[in-house]
Each structure stands twice: as structure tokens, then as C-alpha cells.
Design a protein around this ligand. Sequence first.
Ligand SMILES: C[S@@+](CC[C@H](N)C(=O)[O-])C[C@H]1O[C@@H](n2cnc3c(N)ncnc32)[C@H](O)[C@@H]1O
Length: 212
Amino acid sequence: MINVGAGTGSYEPSQTVLAVEPSSVMITQRPPGSARALEASAESIPLSDDSADAVMALLTVHHWSDLEAGIGELRRIARQRIVIFTFDHHINRRFWLLDEYLPEAAALDDTRAVAVDRLAALLGGARIETVLIPHDCTDGFLAAFWRRPEAYLDPQVRAGISMFAQTSDEVIQPGLARLSEDLSSGRWHQRHADLLDREALDAGYRLLVADL
Ligand SMILES: C[S@@+](CC[C@H](N)C(=O)[O-])C[C@H]1O[C@@H](n2cnc3c(N)ncnc32)[C@H](O)[C@@H]1O
């Protein structure tokens, strides 16, 4: 397994033989004992054809500068399977935090979004699986706290979410101030009473599996 856009290696299975990651900062933060990392971008991977049985790319394709070239590279280096974890931004955009409190930040984020259908087409066809988010999700990505709204007021939580890290405070703070008011007044809980006894939510996250 080769992990492309691997970052620090969260979610990396033990059978990973190599990580491909353009950021040297991310590479230095990989925990000791994780797979060797090659400093390179998805668009140009310095590996020979059919290098590994499987290739995965998780929460990274929306960062690539040339999606077509990157997917072409995944298809070239994978022998059997490509797995991509991404999000459908039409569904993600309806997530209450973005829809009601941070529409401007979401619009900025939308410019990078990759349509799931386009991704599947570039892969030459893929099985698309919905990945529901449990209410007590232990990961800290954007929609992970859908039933724990107070978490978004915590700067430490926000620091682990790229949309917050990459958007100016000017854009973010007014929305967070409204969220804080709505939580104090009970308006958030009134408006989202339907979420409070739900176990899992579809916030648009999708797994694409292409068997070559
Ligand atoms: C949100 S992080 C996800 C990291 C990791 N896959 C995970 O799920 O924890 C996005 C990663 O994509 C990487 N990235 C950005 N542009 C890239 C490119 N052109 N090719 C490959 N990776 C890229 C970033 O450096 C970053 O490590």
C-alpha cells in the first residue's frame, strides 16, 4: 500500500510500505516507526509503474493543483486497487456549521472541492460508499463534532481543521460569535433538536474504491 498526500500518517494501515507527501513539515511530524516517506506531489510521483498492490489518498485530492495528473499517477503506480476518501461538497455544505454560521468560509472552501462523480470518472469507475460520522467520533475533522457544537468554540479543536486554519479570523469570528450566543440562549438546541438523539450523520464523506 502506498499512501499519497499522507500528511503525518493518520489512518495509515500497518501494511503501508511508502508515503508520498509534498510537505517536509508534515513528513517530520510522522511518528517514529511509520512508513518511509517520499517528498513528492501526487501530480508527479517518482515511482515506476505498478509499484504497489494498492494506493490510497485520504482527504487530500482537494489540495492537488492538477487533479487529472494526480489521478493518472495513482492509476499508473497501483496494480490492483485505489481507495480515495473525500467529501461531496453539496452535502457537506448543508452541514449546520457551514450553512448557518460560516457560509463565507464554506464558499472559499468550495472553490477547492472536487466533484465525486468527476473523481469516479477519472478513476475509470469506482464503488462509492457513504461514510457516516458517529456522534462521538474521536477524529477531529470538520464535521466530526456535529452533535457537540461547543467543540467549535475551542481554538485547539479548530487548529486541527484545515478550513479554520486556512481562513482568516475576520471571516470566522462573526459566525463563531453567533454560534456562542445561540448555544447560550438555547437557540441552537431548539433548532437542532432532531440531531440530539441521532447516532450518526451523513455529512457528505465518501469512500471511492476502484478495482483496476
Ligand atoms: C488534510 S491533509 C490529509 C493528510 C492525510 N492523508 C490524512 O488523512 O490524515 C492533506 C494533505 O495533502 C497534502 N497535499 C497537498 N497538496 C498535495 C499534492 N499536490 N499532492 C499530494 N499531497 C498533497 C498536504 O501536504 C497534506 O498533507
